[in-house]
Each structure stands twice: as structure tokens, then as C-alpha cells.
Design a binder for this molecule. Structure first.
Ligand code: FPP
Length: 235
């Protein structure tokens, strides 16, 4: 893998934990535990490669439809994962942020999120975002409401609304648009992840299940990205 022409922002739809567990005759939550271990491995490798921004889709606004036991298990994994990894984030210079509507999350999870954000706020080696209770449509919807409120309050005019202003109202406002979006486990869709932000992203799909998506797999995705010609609508 060449270290020039790296994607600045990589976003990953971490799919296939359930199937990883089922293939071994284990409950689905074991797959999420393995998925968490892989988050650690991939975050560390991305930082070492010099990736500046990494987004991980950890829980979508649609995931509440899963059995309560699985949702509770995922929330526990998140909470404990943040508790355990916070010292490493601080030590490794990783700034952690969370995208999504956090008002509907359990209080103890929100506390861990806020503590992780505040204790890593001055870091900049890698900017790491976890999308939790996030969806692209919900992000856009919340932005539209805030913009509408500003118009209603007379703070901006309708003609002030442009692409830039919309980008600045999204949860992702401090992140550049993703250069590369990876989805594991063989599904070929975006599933309501970064809709606005993916306008010019390169997509990479792999059949590898998320717990098995290792350092080499990440490098293969980056190599595929490096071989593409991006024209952004030009020629
Ligand atoms: C998709 O697999 C994965 C999820 C819905 C959860 C992802 C969460 C983690 C990897 C844990 C993150 C941990 C931290 C600390 C941020 P799936 O359940 O849809 O798999 P399937 O398609 O095989 O059923």
C-alpha cells in the first residue's frame, strides 16, 4: 500500500457481526463483542497509517427494531467499550466524537460519551466518530429543523441556504465529506448512513464479515481507493 494519496476520511458500515456469531453457533451478541475487538484493531491501524478522519456506524436509528436483549447488549458493549478504551484514546492522541440523536440513548451511555468527548477534545492525530442512533435522513431532518428555526427567527434569509450552510448544520460539520465508504459482509447498499456527505465518496464493498475485517483488509480497501480516478463531475 502506498502512503501517498490516502483517503482523508474513511467511513465504515460495520456489518456482519450477527452472521459471524451464527456461523459459529453462538448468540448474536458474541458477534458484537468480536466486532468491538475489531473496532479497536481498525482504529489503531487507521491511526498508524496516518488516516485523519474515521467514522464508524455503530448503531442506526433503525436498530431499535431489534430484540430488546440485543439492543441492551449493544448499549452495554458501547458503555463498557468507551470506559475501557478512553485511556488509550487519550494516550494515542485520538479525538472521539459521536454523531446521531443522543437524547434517546440510556443515561449511562450518554455519560460515557460526554466524558470521552471532553477528555479527548484537544487531540488531533486521528478524529474518530461513532455514529450512534444515527441515520443520514435523521441528520438532514434535524438540520432542516434548525435552519427553519433560524429563518423563522429572522437570523437568516431563505436565500442564505446553500450547500455549505447545510453541511455546517449536520452532525458531521467538523468532518470533511468521506473519501471512502467501506461496507463489510457483502451487502451492497448505504442503509441510511451518510446520505448528504456521500455525494462524491468512493464505495468499497467486501464480503468479509466485520469481525474478520483486519488490518490487511483495511489496506486492500485503501489500495482499491488509490486506484480509482475521482473526477467530481469533471472530465
Ligand atoms: C452490524 O452487524 C453491526 C451492528 C449493528 C453493531 C456494530 C457495533 C459494534 C461493532 C460494536 C461497537 C463498539 C464500540 C465500542 C463502538 P449485524 O448485527 O447487522 O450483522 P448481521 O447482518 O450479520 O446480522
Amino acid at each position: 500500500m502506498e502512503s501517498n494519496n490516502l483517503p482523508i476520511h474513511i467511513a465504515i458500515i460495520m456489518d456482519g457481526n450477527g452472521r459471524w456469531a451464527q456461523a459459529r453457533g453462538l448468540p448474536r451478541i458474541y458477534g458484537h463483542q468480536e466486532g468491538k475487538k475489531n473496532v479497536k484493531r481498525i482504529v489503531r491501524h487507521a491511526a498508524n497509517l496516518g488516516i485523519k478522519y474515521l467514522s464508524l456506524f455503530a448503531f442506526s436509528t433503525e436498530n431499535w427494531k431489534r430484540p430488546k436483549e440485543e439492543v441492551d447488549g449493544l448499549m452495554e458493549i458501547l458503555k463498557v467499550g468507551l470506559q475501557e478504551e478512553r485511556p488509550e484514546f487519550i494516550r494515542e492522541g485520538i479525538r472521539v466524537v459521536f454523531f446521531g440523536d443522543r437524547t434517546k440513548l440510556p443515561k449511562d451511555v450518554i455519560e460515557e460519551m460526554e466524558l470521552t468527548e471532553s477528555s479527548t477534545a484537544s487531540n488531533s492525530r486521528l478524529h474518530l466518530a461513532f455514529a450512534i442512533n444515527y441515520s443520514g435522513r435523521d441528520d438532514i431532518l434535524r438540520a432542516i429543523k434548525r435552519i427553519s428555526q433560524k429563518v423563522a427567527d429572522g437570523k437568516i434569509n431563505i436565500d442564505d441556504i446553500n450547500n455549505d450552510l447545510i453541511s455546517k448544520e449536520l452532525d458531521t460539520k467538523d468532518f470533511p465529506d468521506p473519501d471512502l465508504i467501506i461496507r463489510t459482509s457483502g451487502e451492497l447498499r448505504i442503509s441510511n448512513f451518510y446520505l448528504w456527505q456521500s455525494a462524491y465518496s468512493e464505495f468499497y464493498f467486501t464480503p468479509v464479515l466485520w469481525p474478520d475485517f483486519d488490518e490487511k483488509a483495511l489496506e486492500s480497501a485503501i489500495e482499491a481507493y488509490q486506484s480509482r480516478k475521482r473526477r467530481f463531475g469533471g472530465i
